[in-house]
Ligand binder design. Structure first.
Ligand code: SF4
Ligand code: SF4
Length: 349
């Protein structure tokens, strides 16, 4: 943990041995078509999970018996995702069930459209955070990426959630299209009443991997010159800010979340991944079959994690080798960190 000046704490959020995250995609449908969307129906299906299945799968990941992976709900954070999760009419019942089962925290990631009058169907006691995706401080930036009118809808949704007393966070996906606007986000979010700010970097998956997708990627210089400073500004304004570490110096320790943490990315077709970079491929380590979580036979993502390479993250090396620069002698200049490794900046006074 490192102090910056006297007022801030910057720390790498290490993978906590007793903390688990259940990223629960309850459908893949969405009303938007964001430029960087990673949803891939050819891999994850078009199913919208019904209330019974959502509850059953929440119970599955909260049990000691019946699961060979998750030990207890109180150590597990559940994040409802889509597609757009509020398009699923069973979301409210899913939230209530997650709370009833005793999950450590309940979060809903939303594009801000808040379908099915979701804010009226649950209470702030039942959800820890609504996390709104906003990719610019003005419509001119945000709407190029997320679609016409989305800035207006999303900021209206944030205001409604704050007024009703819900915890509200915001996610900014940084790419070459919007990085210039990132420094303007903290003040906007502060004014809107947002308390946690997550900055994430574009991944080359889904649409962004298609024609022209390379142009969305950020160079290391652009990332490092803008992101830490913006995170500090957000912290000064009283928000907790997280952003991915992305690059590690050669002497820094590399850890793969697939080996040292428990993250489950559950899709409506029953696939369960433990690494988000694998989601475009049938490499999932588990699947839900006949109501049970079943480990799949090799080769899956789990075997790939065990490869030790000087570049750090194995999946990054396989999927995005262009992210790595090599010295003349063939050694990588730096390592790529696990995409689940975050820096956290928070005001300490
Ligand atoms: S809101 Fe989310 S799921 Fe929908 S298109 Fe955008 S990134 Fe994809
Ligand atoms: S992103 Fe890389 S380091 Fe992280 S879990 Fe996946 S393979 Fe492991």
């Amino acid at each position: 943990m490192t102090g910056i000046g006297t007022d801030f704490l910057k720390r790498t959020v290490e993978f906590r041995p007793n903390s688990r995250n259940l990223f629960f995609h309850i459908l893949t449908a969405c009303n938007l078509k964001c430029a960087h969307c990673y949803i891939n129906p050819s891999q994850h299906g078009n199913v919208t999970l019904d209330e019974t299945t959502i509850k059953r799968w929440l119970r599955l990941f909260s049990l000691t018996k019946g699961s060979d992976a998750i030990r207890s709900a109180e150590d597990t954070n559940v994040i409802f995702l889509g597609g757009e999760p509020t398009l699923n009419p069973a979301l409210a019942q899913g939230i209530k069930e997650a709370r009833r089962l005793g999950y450590a925290s309940v979060t809903v990631d939303t594009n801000g459209f808040l379908f099915h009058d979701i804010l009226a169907k649950i209470t702030p006691e039942e959800v820890d955070y609504f996390s709104f995706s906003l990719d610019g401080s003005v419509p001119e930036t945000n709407d190029i990426i997320r679609g016409k009118g989305t800035f207006e809808v999303c900021t209206r949704g944030i205001r409604s959630a704050v007024e009703l007393g819900f915890g509200v966070s915001s996610i900014f996906t940084a790419s070459s299209v919007n990085i210039h606007d990132l420094p303007n986000m903290p003040h906007l979010l502060k004014d809107l009443g947002v308390t946690r700010f997550f900055i994430q970097v574009i991944g080359i998956r889904g649409n962004s991997a298609m024609d022209g997708g390379e142009s969305l990627q950020l160079a290391r210089d652009a990332w490092e010159s803008v992101v830490p400073e913006t995170a500090m500004e957000a912290a000064k304004l009283g928000m907790i800010c997280h952003y991915p570490k992305v690059f590690l110096d050669r002497e820094e320790t590399f850890e793969c979340a697939g080996l040292v943490a428990e993250n489950y990315f559950v899709f409506p077709n029953g696939r369960v991944y433990t690494c988000p970079l694998c989601e475009d491929y049938p490499l999932h380590a588990y699947e839900i079959r006949d109501g049970r979580l079943v480990r799949r036979p090799p080769i899956t993502e789990a075997e790939l994690y065990t490869l030790k390479i000087p570049e750090g993250c194995v999946m990054n090396r396989l999927l995005h080798p262009g992210n790595i620069i090599y010295e003349k002698g063939g050694e990588p200049r730096y390592k790529i960190a696990c995409c689940m490794l975050k820096e956290e900046i928070v005001l300490t006074e």
